[in-house]
Design a protein around this ligand. Structure first.
Ligand SMILES: Cc1cc2nc3c(=O)[nH]c(=O)nc-3n(C[C@H](O)[C@H](O)[C@H](O)COP(=O)(O)O)c2cc1C
Length: 152
């Protein structure tokens, strides 16, 4: 199963920690959106799209890349993020913008994962931030279990 992870993680590299665990399970390549060659994405059976949540969605570079992907009828995708807070309904709404694009391209959504990540956005930086040391071992174990379920 040839797997690619497209990752944009800049605030505290929180999502990169999750991506590395998933990549270890799936033996996936990790690329930034700017490194993805659109002529080659058809070679992958499974493509993961991960970033922090910024203003209620994935980073714009990931959304823009998803918009430019060729249509498919045989590829699966998974979606993962780190964010300030998480819940089942928040995962659904935070992932909505990229999920809609991927579904419109013909991808089957194989799974979705979100955990909290260290956040010093805006005024939080004056108080030491929130979710210090997250993702932690618990979050990364859950990410590993999530990745195992993606293996066909
Ligand atoms: C500019 C900015 C906007 C953010 N907006 C949200 C948001 O809308 N919802 C949320 O839950 N977290 C939000 N966060 C928190 C980040 O999603 C969280 O810290 C995430 O773990 C950052 O991932 P990264 O370190 O991989 O970039 C925001 C953080 C930044 C810096």
């Amino acid at each position: 199963m040839k797997t690619l992870i497209v990752l944009y993680s800049y605030h505290h590299n929180n999502t990169e920690k999750v991506a590395r665990v998933i990549s270890g399970v799936l033996n996936a390549e990790i690329k930034k959106p700017s490194e993805v060659n659109l002529d080659e994405v058809g070679e992958y059976d499974l493509i993961g799209f991960g970033s922090g949540i910024y203003s209620d969605k994935h980073h714009p570079t990931l959304l823009e890349l998803a918009e430019r992907l060729p249509e498919t009828s045989s590829q699966r995708a998974f979606i993962f993020t780190t964010s300030a807070i998480t819940s089942e309904s928040k995962i659904a709404s935070d992932h909505n913008p990229i999920r809609d694009i991927l579904l419109s391209k013909g991808f089957e959504i194989a799974g979705e994962y979100q955990c909290v990540g260290f956040n010093t956005n805006s005024f939080l930086k004056y108080f030491g931030g929130m979710n210090k040391n997250r993702p932690n071992a618990y979050d990364l174990d859950k990410a590993e279990a999530f990745a195992r379920k993606l293996v066909l």
